[in-house]
Ligand binder design. Structure first.
Ligand code: IVH
Length: 697
């Protein structure tokens, strides 16, 4: 891209104005590609460079700054309070069908047909089915194509002016294409994606840990979104990542004044999409009740895997003429209904707080709950993670708590209803002794967890170790589940892993609820598991910090188990993916005689795998290093540099963080360079990168 003669343009104000408009247009287009379409065509650095040119130009011509300029997304002043906004068209709510069976959809269709006076032989009604996004409703008002106001729903008549905060949402267009009507109000949901929510809470936890006052974590994405929208300081709001889906309209220039003519709801949504608004790809046309039911079932099945929370689906009559004919009852349209899914948050009570012992001896407090149906399953346990978490949430026995299960995340106690607490139950404290074997429980400096020091003396750790070894991803002993392992360990039949392979038919068949056939199946499965692979075996040993990927890398690198057992920490460090903590943990494991004995006995019992040759040691001069590229490098293209770094074992990331090892800066490096300097990350040029690639240090 050639650099335009920017400031020459200032010779003439009209030219400057035209030039500014053109730059803004370019930036708008790329922001849309980036935030809405998720398909950027401009490198970040180039966008940043254009953005800063625009800022510079606007600084010279403050009189030409317009509210729709991309530079105006953040930067408003902190407010004392929000102004009130009377909605031109009231923001209605929708009738809710709480029947979470398919019949909810059938009831709605039957009612619509009745109200339209249709007979059973009349054709099916066309609907639009949409997710019911779990965020907060927003009215975006555009005049002459420029976003002039964003308002919350409030009581439906009067909401709050939150324009400053809404401008910070990259997905919301600040300016519309010229074909948009002179007045257009777009309605939709402001929400927070689950990954953004998790990352925000993680940052909040770090702030709390660092002792920053007034910081808290958020209960769920909706609360976090609502908090961000109602932030008085737009700079804070800008750090809370929000998203938006359009689903309807408020005031629009009427057709007789030249406004758009739409026949259907679906058509108007397509139009909004073409003007730059995010419209969910889950919005679908549906004919008649059967397709509504199918939609409800299908979205319900996808719910956990979506990137955001939904609490149901919404059905809307598609033809706008029919919508008008159906009209409203009080504050709700007759042509739409919300069909809910089972709630993802429910109230229940804490019956007890148990402490569970994991495979590596980690003690985890678990709240035992009065059974509650939440997020589609019955929940009776919720992890409290560790002592600090349990105390931070201040969960006590007898408390009424909110339990949340969303996505495929494990159920969690999100908060305690303190005003429902009776008496003064004891604050949770972690026992200083393992609840299973009585060994001392210790919390190491800088660690969040207490651990039982009993090792394989502790039956809980033994059970977990056996289950870990027998799982599908390790040597796989089909049918060897938790209940059976409990029985075998509790009856003293199995003490160590090799005992598994010494099991006889009689011992097994004697166990309660064990039919002869099942006993034989277990023996067959054990026999089958003996033929395994080296990575599965290493993973199955349950060495701390050695997951499947590391086990594979070790097997590939060393080829043979003995080579791994005897490798020095230094040799281990040469394996891709193995850092000092992992290397030390592997060493410690094999330094213990009883662990070596377990391995020998397993081999003696007939557990085998094919051993290989060690992988040729390729020089990986950049392994463990993360690079960020910015600006134009003198000779290497972006992709070329990336490929070279990766071939040398390094990683290339898109943004600069504390974890970045080096920022490689070329000509006209953008904000990533500033960020590197701010964080104290080393900045190098292309020639230095080439030296590093060659293995020179
Ligand atoms: S349509 C006249 N569509 O649900 C109908 N609402 O009471 C106006 N919501 O808080 C709403 N997803 O913010 C509509 N696809 C969707 C929606 C949706 C979520 C929310 C809306 C409001 C409530 C309706």
């Amino acid at each position: 891209m050639t650099t335009p003669d920017l400031f020459a343009a200032e010779r003439d104000d009209a030219t400057a104005m035209a030039h500014l408009q053109q730059m803004r247009q370019t930036l708008h287009e790329h922001a849309h590609r980036y935030y809405v379409l998720d398909a950027p065509t401009l490198p970040d650095a180039e966008y940043d460079r254009l953005f800063r040119q625009l800022q510079a130009l606007e600084a010279r011509h403050p009189e030409l700054v317009t509210p729709d300029s991309p530079t105006q997304r953040v930067g408003g002043k902190s407010l004392a309070q929000f102004a009130q906004v009377r909605h031109a068209v009231p923001m209605l709510s929708i009738r809710t069908e709480t029947d979470t069976e398919a019949s909810g959809a059938e009831n709605f269709d039957a009612r619509i047909r009745r109200e339209l006076g249709l007979s059973p032989t009349d054709p099916a009604i066309g609907y639009v089915a949409e997710p019911k996004f779990d965020g907060l409703a927003m009215n975006l008002r555009y005049e002459q194509g420029v976003l002039v106001q964003a308002a919350t729903r409030g009581d439906g008549e009067v909401g709050e002016d939150v324009t400053q905060n809404i401008r910070t949402i990259g997905q919301i267009p600040l300016r519309l294409p010229t074909e948009a009507p002179p007045v257009l109000e777009v309605r939709g949901e402001v929400y927070m994606r689950r990954d953004d929510f998790e990352a925000l809470n993680e940052r909040q936890r770090q702030r709390i840990a660092a002792g920053e006052r007034g910081e808290k974590t958020f209960v769920n994405p909706r609360n976090a979104a609502a908090g961000a929208v109602r932030q008085l300081d737009p700079a804070v709001a800008a750090q809370r990542p929000l998203s938006f889906f359009a689903y309807g309209l408020g005031e629009v220039t009427p057709p007789e004044a030249g406004g758009p003519v739409w026949q259907t709801h679906f058509e108007l949504l397509q139009n909004l999409k073409s003007w730059g608004f995010p419209v969910s790809s889950l919005v679908k046309l549906a004919q008649g009740a059967a397709e509504l039911v199918a939609y409800y079932t299908s979205i319900g099945a996808q719910r956990d895997g979506l990137g955001f929370d939904i609490d149901g689906v919404v059905y809307k009559v598609n033809r706008l003429a029919l919508q008008r004919q159906l009209g409203f009852v009080t504050r709700e349209p007759r042509w739409a209904v919300a069909h809910k899914f089972p709630a993802q948050e429910m109230l229940t009570t804490v019956l007890a707080i148990d402490v569970q012992v994991g495979r590596t001896g980690k003690l985890t407090p678990v709240a035992k709950l009065a059974p509650v149906f939440v997020g589609g399953v019955t929940v009776t346990n919720a992890t409290l993670h560790n002592e600090d978490e349990a105390r931070r949430k201040d969960v006590r026995v007898g408390d009424t708590v909110i339990v949340r299960r969303a996505g495929d995340v494990i159920p969690e106690v999100v908060s305690v209803l303190l005003d429902k607490r009776v008496d003064d139950p004891a604050i949770f404290t972690m026992p200083r002794q393992c609840p299973v074997c009585g060994s001392a429980a210790l919390r190491e400096e800088g660690e969040a967890d207490y651990r039982c020091t009993g090792g394989l003396f502790c039956s809980a750790q033994r059970k977990q170790a056996i289950l870990h070894f027998a799982q599908r991803r390790a040597v796989e002993v089909e049918g060897l589940g938790e209940k059976l392992v409990d029985q075998l360990v509790d009856a003293g039949i199995i003490h160590t892993l090799p005992d598994l392979y010494r099991l006889g038919f009689t011992a097994l068949a004697k166990l309660a609820r064990m039919a002869d056939k099942s006993a034989q199946n277990i023996l067959d499965a054990l026999e089958k598991s003996k033929q395994t692979t080296l990575p599965r075996f290493i993973f199955g040993l349950g060495i701390r910090h050695v997951g499947e990927a590391t086990a594979k890398a070790l097997a590939r690198h060393f080829g043979k188990l003995d080579a791994i057992m005897d490798a020095s920490e230094e040799n281990l460090l040469a394996v891709a993916d193995v850092g000092p903590i992992v290397a030390q943990s592997i060493r410690t494991f094999f330094d213990q005689t009883h662990n070596r004995e377990v391995v020998e006995q397993l081999r003696a019992c007939g557990v085998t795998w094919l051993e290989g040759e060690p992988a040729p040691v390729t020089a990986q001069p950049l392994s463990g290093q993360t690079f960020v590229l910015t600006g134009t490098l003198p000779t290497l293209g972006r992709e070329e540099a990336k490929a070279l770094i990766e071939a040398a074992g390094g990683k290339v990331a898109g943004s600069v963080s504390k974890k970045t090892s080096f920022v490689v800066a070329g000509a006209e490096a953008g904000s990533k360079l500033d960020k590197a300097q701010e964080l104290g990350v080393a900045v190098i040029d292309e020639s230095r990168l080439k030296e590093m690639l060659d293995g020179a240090t």
